[in-house]
Design a protein around this ligand. Structure first.
Ligand SMILES: NC(=O)c1ccc[n+]([C@@H]2O[C@H](COP(=O)([O-])OP(=O)(O)OC[C@H]3O[C@@H](n4cnc5c(N)ncnc54)[C@H](OP(=O)(O)O)[C@@H]3O)[C@@H](O)[C@H]2O)c1
Length: 229
């Protein structure tokens, strides 16, 4: 039987590579949630195991997904890969920028999980939340990322509490705190900086972790970075 995986945020960067890695696996049925359906629909037009759904974490999740829920069925894994980064000195960041980070990085994924809850339960899903080393307790911090890092920290902490609360229901949830990866997000935030890890390498790791580690790990916050400490 095919396993059903949902990936939120896939038009570029790590998410785009994730779809490319997972689409090669003949045992998987993929549902791609993205704001930019055109290019992904074109790319996967001949792929009958990949469905692209228009979805924006800044809009109501239930209203957007309702038409597709009957066809989605049991979900075996959900990867919350989307992220929005606002960079600026604390005094310059507006409350609108803080709210946007909280919406895309925390409230949106929470609402998505609530909307899909029955399907996650049915599939005994492994939910993988993608966070950042900046939200990992005790890590080296970078200035001007208060809105981004704090909103990802909310998702990180949510993971631990959700996993504890739901541990007897069968849904597993873990959070990967990524170090720097060469993507548009990194280039925009840190111009000129070259990360040691490519989007493709990180996508391979996340795909493997999602498929294999849900039974071993639950409620874990895992740093995924080659930098020390
Ligand atoms: N690159 C790094 O160094 C790094 C480090 C630590 C953590 N991360 C995290 O890794 C994840 C992927 O990052 P990336 O580097 O690949 O970034 P990216 O190239 O900027 O891609 C960000 C993704 O977020 C999605 N997204 C943004 N706003 C959204 C919204 N309103 N609704 C739905 N999706 C939205 C986009 O999806 P669509 O366009 O498909 O809607 C896009 O695929 C993010 O969670 C990021 O915070 C990245």
């Amino acid at each position: 039987m095919l396993k059903t995986i949902l990936i939120c945020g896939a038009s570029r960067g790590i998410g785009k590579s994730l779809v490319s890695v997972l689409a090669k696996n003949n045992n998987l049925r993929l549902w791609i949630l993205t704001r930019n359906t055109t290019s992904l629909k074109q790319e996967y037009r001949n792929h009958d195991r990949v469905t692209v759904i228009p979805f924006d974490l800044e809009h109501n999740a239930k209203a957007q997904l309702q038409p597709f829920l009957p066809d989605i069925g049991p979900i075996h894994a959900l990867i919350n890969n989307s992220g929005h980064l606002e960079k600026g000195p604390f005094k310059a960041l507006s409350m609108a920028e803080y709210r946007r980070c909280m919406q895309v990085n925390f409230f949106g994924p929470v609402e998505l999980i609530q909307t899909l809850y029955a399907h996650l339960l049915e599939g005994k899903a492994h939910v993988v939340n993608i966070s950042t080393m900046g939200a990992y307790q005790g890590s080296v911090k970078f200035p001007e990322l208060t809105a981004y890092a704090a909103s990802k920290a909310a998702l990180t902490n949510f993971t631990e509490v959700f996993a504890e609360e739901q541990k007897d229901c069968g849904i597993r949830m873990n959070c990967l705190c990524l170090g720097a990866v060469n993507t548009e997000m990194l280039r925009a935030a840190f111009p000129g900086y070259e990360a040691a890890t490519s989007a493709e390498e990180m996508a391979e790791f996340i795909a493997d972790f999602t498929l294999k580690s849900g039974r071993i790990y639950n409620g874990k916050i895992l740093p995924v970075s080659s930098s020390t400490p």
